[in-house]
Design a protein around this ligand. Structure first.
Ligand code: 1OR
Length: 286
């Protein structure tokens, strides 16, 4: 394959030559399908998208093969087309599985972003097809957005009580998947009875919670503020929304879709279930 390392630009160099690995239309279609649901690729313009696809190299790995070894040098970022892989981290001589990937997943960005040794070992647990993106192209096109987003949400996510038990890297993955949305005063964010697709964390502002009971009577529930979350119940239970949430003044939320919610916050389901005890009526209510 093409050596990207030899083309690494220094600060005063002309821009690096683009990496172009010839591909069939069929391969391009497979890449497109593999990155369609991956957040890191969501904000590329047409040129960036073409450059990324041009630079990818197909890599087949057999079950049991290590694609990345902890402590190694970072050369490529990988996207999973098919197959499954496990992630292992060795700490104090003890290796433990910390994560796994399937189709659409991606890994190997940390060493490229921070010029650090590989933080984990990633091993195929079935025969897999990966797309490898060289370090230079990754840094040129995908890194800015990714690190900006991780930085933007880092301080906020650290302050969210629900997420405090997570590892920093787990919060990074959440940051990758988050999108900010703002609502004007009085605007409805979720409506009781609707199907739920999204989970929300309040970044700024307040929200009011109103529940209509079986007699059609409205009840004000405890309002929500910065650092609180909502919208988890419908996603955890596959039931319709049980309350209406409206902006009280300007409201800014970070939101996750259902798939990302399940994958990234699945381990917190028990905590969220337990927290539903807090959903009693607002004390001042008649
Ligand atoms: P890398 O370039 O360091 C290994 O090469 C890759 O494994 C790493 O980038 C990530 O893309 C991926 N901690 C560190 N790296 C992880 C982790 C992880 N999970 C996946 N990778 N975790 C924290 C363990 C203490 C697991 C978090 C769910």
């Amino acid at each position: 394959s093409v050596s990207a390392e030899s083309m690494a630009p220094t600060a005063h160099d002309a821009p690096a030559e683009k990496v172009l690995i010839p591909k069939t239309p069929e391969q391009r279609a497979r890449i497109q399908a593999s990155i369609a649901t991956n957040f890191l690729f969501r904000n590329l313009d047409e040129d960036q998208y073409t450059d990324v696809v041009d630079a990818m190299a197909e890599k087949k790995v057999a079950a049991g093969e290590a694609v990345i070894r902890q402590g190694g040098v970072g050369d490529y970022f990988y996207i999973v087309e098919t197959g499954t892989l496990d992630v292992y981290v060795a700490r104090n001589g003890v290796e433990a599985k910390v994560f796994d990937y399937g189709p659409g997943g991606s890994f190997g960005e940390l060493a490229l972003m921070y010029n650090a040794p590989r933080a984990a070992t990633v091993t195929a647990t079935s025969d897999a097809v990966l797309w490898a993106l060289d370090r230079v192209t990754f840094r040129r096109i995908l890194m800015d957005h990714t690190s900006r987003k991780r930085r933007m949400y880092e301080a906020f996510l650290e302050e969210v009580p629900l997420l405090s038990s997570l590892e920093p890297y787990e919060r990074h993955k959440i940051a990758d998947a988050l999108e900010s949305v703002t609502f004007e005063d009085g605007e409805t964010v979720i409506k009781q009875g609707d199907i739920g697709d999204n989970f929300y964390l309040i970044e700024a502002g307040d929200a009011e919670v109103v529940k209509v009971d079986e007699h059609g009577v409205e009840h004000q529930m405890r309002p929500l503020r910065k650092g609180n979350y909502f919208g988890e119940l419908a996603l955890l239970s596959d039931k319709p929304r049980v309350a209406t949430i409206k902006a009280k003044g300007k409201l800014k939320c970070a939101t996750l879709g259902k798939k990302a919610f399940t994958r990234l916050l699945g381990p917190l389901a028990e905590i969220m279930q337990r927290n539903t005890q807090n959903y009693e009526r607002y004390p001042g209510e008649k």
